[in-house]
Design a protein around this ligand. Structure first.
Ligand SMILES: *Cc1c(COP(=O)(O)O)cnc(C)c1O
Length: 361
């Protein structure tokens, strides 16, 4: 059976390093925060070039913390993509804000700057741009739009830690940028985990305060915060994986090229376009299939696992229906009918997958 993401092969590949790092945490007895988490934060800052890297409990927590740090208030509007994982819209709604769903580009599937522009109202306070499937959103235009309109920008790089845009690393494009270490993400740990990045000292301080019960000094709580921390065992796992991450990104990219080469000759199936100037982490290798049912039938006959990222635009989710928006987002609606994601990680045997597919096509 071909795994969708081969986390077991990855564990085997670096097993002795994992065991040593995990044992060190277990033996030292420092399970939350501490030197291993601090060392990871330094390495994350070095990797991205961000001034501050602050770990937390998950990518979803990171978005909530970012919104709180930027001062989101009930009734504030935040523009989010209609076609992505639910977290950005969910976090806005959870804090009493109103998500406004912007459409995407039909080929890159990234949030459209033009559509963002069209959603701005007097109540708009910020934008959450998502780096969908592993490449950056069009930040040149998005940042210009944010600046002109006095909006803050959160970069949701849960899927794109390690990507580049015009030579600049992901996680440096937002006033606050976030990532996720959920196991299925390109850089995943063995549970939940996340991080925030910022160049702004004041925001960095606020983020640390919010993530730690609003407290700098023990049992003095300046604001009502939350508990969102990365465990040391997760930090230890991430530090091992980070040492191999550039190699893995290269392999993921080679795997994507093999898929691309194959699909070039298949009519009616087009891989997600990577915008010029972008590299991708290929958090997902996603294609647009004109006849998705037929393609899925082929995948099933070939025993190739697949996923639909995402089956419906967010504006049609039951939890957002009352907002009554987004019906005009034609590209998001169409993408939901065509997308299929294929197995992808550094350990995926794409040649085997292509050989199986060829037999069914
Ligand atoms: C996975 C993901 C998140 C949430 O991360 P968790 O660590 O699972 O909470 C947020 N945004 C996007 C775009 C994601 O893909």
């Amino acid at each position: 059976m071909i795994p969708f993401i081969n986390v077991r092969a990855q564990r085997e590949a670096y097993l002795s390093e994992f065991k040593q790092a995990e044992q060190e945490v277990l033996d030292c007895g420092c399970f939350i925060g501490g030197p291993v988490v601090q060392a990871l934060e330094t390495e994350l800052a070095e990797f991205t070039g961000a001034k501050h890297a602050i770990t937390c409990g998950s990518g979803t927590d990171a978005l909530t913390i970012a919104l709180l740090a930027l001062g989101l208030k009930p009734g504030d509007e935040v523009i989010v993509p209609d076609f992505t994982f639910i977290a950005p819209a969910e976090c806005v709604m959870r804090l009493g804000g109103i998500p406004k769903f912007a459409d995407i580009d039909a080929e890159t599937l990234q949030i459209s700057a033009k559509s963002i522009e069209a959603r701005i109202s007097e109540k708009t306070r910020g934008i959450i741009a998502v780096n969908l499937f592993g490449q950056c959103a069009p930040y040149e235009k998005i940042r210009e739009c944010a600046q002109t309109n006095g909006l803050w920008l959160i970069e949701d790089s849960a899927q794109a830690f390690g990507a580049m845009q015009n030579g600049v690393p992901a996680c440096t494009f937002g006033d606050i940028s976030i990532t996720s270490f959920y196991p299925a993400k390109p850089l995943g740990c063995y549970g939940d985990g996340g991080a925030l990045f910022t160049a702004n000292d004041e925001l960095a301080q606020k983020i640390r305060l919010i993530a730690n019960h609003g407290s700098q000094q023990r049992y003095v709580h300046e604001i009502c915060g939350m508990n969102s921390r990365l465990d040391a065992i997760q930090a230890a796992v991430l530090r091992v994986k980070l040492r191999h991450f550039k190699d893995e990104l290269k392999k993921r990219s080679e795997n994507a090229s093999k898929y691309n080469e194959f699909f070039k000759a298949v009519p009616g199936i087009a891989p997600q376009k990577i915008a010029s100037g972008n590299t991708s982490t290929y958090a997902q290798y996603t294609v647009l299939a004109d006849d998705r049912d037929a393609f899925i039938a082929q995948l099933e006959r070939a025993e190739i696992p697949y996923c639909i990222h995402y089956p419906q635009p967010l504006h049609t989710q039951p939890c957002f229906k009352e907002l009554n928006q987004g019906r005009g987002n034609a590209n998001a609606i169409e993408a939901c009918q065509k997308v299929v994601s294929l197995p992808m990680c550094a350990f995926t045997d794409v040649e085997e997958i292509i050989a199986r597919l060829k037999k069914e096509m």
